[in-house]
Write a protein that binds this ligand. Structure first.
Ligand code: IPM
Ligand code: MG
Length: 352
């Protein structure tokens, strides 16, 4: 089987972590006899520098035609002063929107080997942590009307009923394969858009009688994630709340350097990226943790290519590498076995 893969390393630590993810994928391809055709594309700050556009047409058009997109990270201090339509983040939002990737899956799983890197006490973690954040990705305040005048600025949070319905279905279907619990997070005590969100989620949930559905305000949810993370299975929420809560959930896994993500639309094509950003402060120092990107490869194999066995092989290789004691600095905990980005990629590849 041939797979056309668009690879967008991006900025900051993006190229470093991507190199390791591709290294691992090459080993997987060999083992499972997959023909993966890589097309490297530019997006983000590096594309702005070269073409004056963070999301050049060629990048977008090739990404649209690909079976999947693997993205490192975009952004950095160098581009912070640019107007909003030239900023590197525009590339990410443009890709998500143009590819119709409305469902963002962010699994926060604590590998037992990393329990000492998790900032929570053992008794709070209990017997592990496995939360799936389902974040709506192409609506809400990220894409509403915005403006600035001499006195102030505004952004609009709008959700249509179909947008809420389709993300709810994704969350419900995911929960059916897990512990059948969905927590919908909103701010329905204040926002009209959240009241519509809650009403719509409740209605869609009627089609999934086996699912236990609960609702929580976002401020409370951010507290409960720290107080008792075990109460969550699937969290479904809007674009901005999901952005914030997934960063919070990531830390429970020891480091944001561990969290992969999948952005999916109606079909099989998807975009896969680590949840962390471009971390310009540690770029080019061989310090970044490539595991979030490597685990994103695993999600790609599962969701876009339908290769469950290969996906599992990547997860097992990561787990084995952690068993062997290898740690990048961000997940070091009490370990003295600290290695760099490249060495981590090598160690995981060996375990494929
Ligand atoms: C993320 C990031 C992006 C977002 C930024 C870089 C635009 O924080 O993927 O979580 O806010 O969606
Ligand atoms: Mg974010």
């Amino acid at each position: 089987m041939t797979y056309n893969l668009a690879v967008i390393p991006g900025d900051g630590i993006g190229p470093e972590v991507m190199k390791e993810a591709v290294k691992v994928l090459d080993f997987v391809a060999k083992k499972f006899d997959l023909d993966i055709r890589y097309t490297y594309l530019k997006a983000g700050g590096c594309a702005y520098d070269e073409f004056g556009d963070p999301l050049p047409d060629e990048t977008l058009n090739t990404a649209i035609k690909s079976d999947a997109v693997l993205l490192g990270a975009v952004g950095g201090y160098a581009w912070d002063e640019l107007p909003v339509d030239k900023r590197p983040e525009k590339a990410l939002l443009g890709l998500r929107k143009s590819l119709g990737l409305f469902a963002n899956l962010r699994p926060a799983v604590l590998f037992p080997q990393l329990a000492d890197a998790c900032p929570l006490k053992d008794e709070i973690i209990g017997d592990g942590l496995d939360i799936l954040v389902v974040r709506e990705l192409t609506g809400g305040i990220y894409f509403g009307k915005r403006g600035t005048d001499e006195n102030g600025a505004f952004d609009t949070l709008y959700y249509s009923v179909p947008e809420i319905e389709r993300i709810t279905h994704v969350a419900m279907k995911a929960a059916m394969k897990r512990n059948k619990k969905v927590m919908s997070v909103d701010k329905a005590n204040i926002l009209d858009s959240s009241r519509l969100w809650r009403k719509t989620v409740k209605r869609v949930a009627l089609e999934y009688p086996e699912i236990q559905l609960d609702h929580m305000y976002v401020d409370n949810a951010s507290m409960q994630l720290i107080r008792k993370p075990g109460q969550f299975d699937v969290i479904v929420t809007g674009n901005m709340f999901g952005d914030i809560l997934s960063d919070e959930a990531s830390m429970l896994t020891g480091s944001i350097g561990m969290l992969p993500s999948a952005s999916l639309g109606e079909g099989h094509a998807g975009m896969y990226e680590p949840v962390h950003g471009s971390a310009p402060d540690i770029a080019r120092k061989n310090l970044a943790n490539p595991l979030a990107t490597i685990l994103s490869v695993s999600m790609m194999l599962r969701y876009s290519f339908g290769l469950d066995e290969a996906a599992k092989c990547v997860e097992d290789a990561v787990s084995k590498t952690l068993d062997e004691g290898y740690r990048t600095a961000d997940i070091a905990g009490n370990s003295h076995h600290i290695i760099g980005t490249r060495e981590m990629g090598d160690a995981v590849s060996k375990n494929i």
